[in-house]
Write a new protein. Structure first.
Length: 135
């Protein structure tokens, strides 16, 4: 059993969604997609999405849920199934992460940007492994 330290208050974990807030989650995702659309490598891949606003809303919801948030009717996203037919390569995944990090750095205080980036890189690693991209 772990004993509580002398009169210290109990530790309270704060979900990342509560630290960042819904408005900033949306701002980061939108800033990221602005960068992505302008990118010569990734822009054409995402230009094929018919209803881009619906896609963007699903991504906003995905991040909100991944950070510990709740919503009334969450959409299930099969990350591997969605990305497999796109032809993701290790280089494209690294470019995606670099653009995402740039959006985080532009939109959030450094500590929050680092926390979210850590999550994004972890998810990127899982996607890399499940798609068989190595590394």
């Amino acid at each position: 059993m772990i004993a509580a330290s002398g009169g210290a208050p109990p530790r309270r974990l704060i979900p990342l969604c509560d630290k960042i807030g819904a408005e900033r989650v949306e701002a980061v995702v939108r800033a990221f997609y602005e960068r992505l659309h302008a990118d010569p490598e990734l822009g054409p891949v995402f230009a094929r999405i018919a209803d881009f606003e619906a896609h963007q809303q699903r991504v906003i919801q995905f991040w909100w849920l991944a950070m510990g948030g709740r919503c009334s009717r969450p959409d299930y996203v099969d990350m591997v199934g969605v990305h497999r037919p796109v032809g993701v390569t290790p280089a494209l995944l690294e470019r995606w992460l670099a653009l995402f990090d740039a959006a985080l750095e532009a939109e959030l205080p450094p500590e929050l940007a680092r926390e979210w980036s850590h999550m994004a890189h972890g998810i990127g690693g899982t996607l890399r492994n499940r798609l068989g991209l190595g590394g």
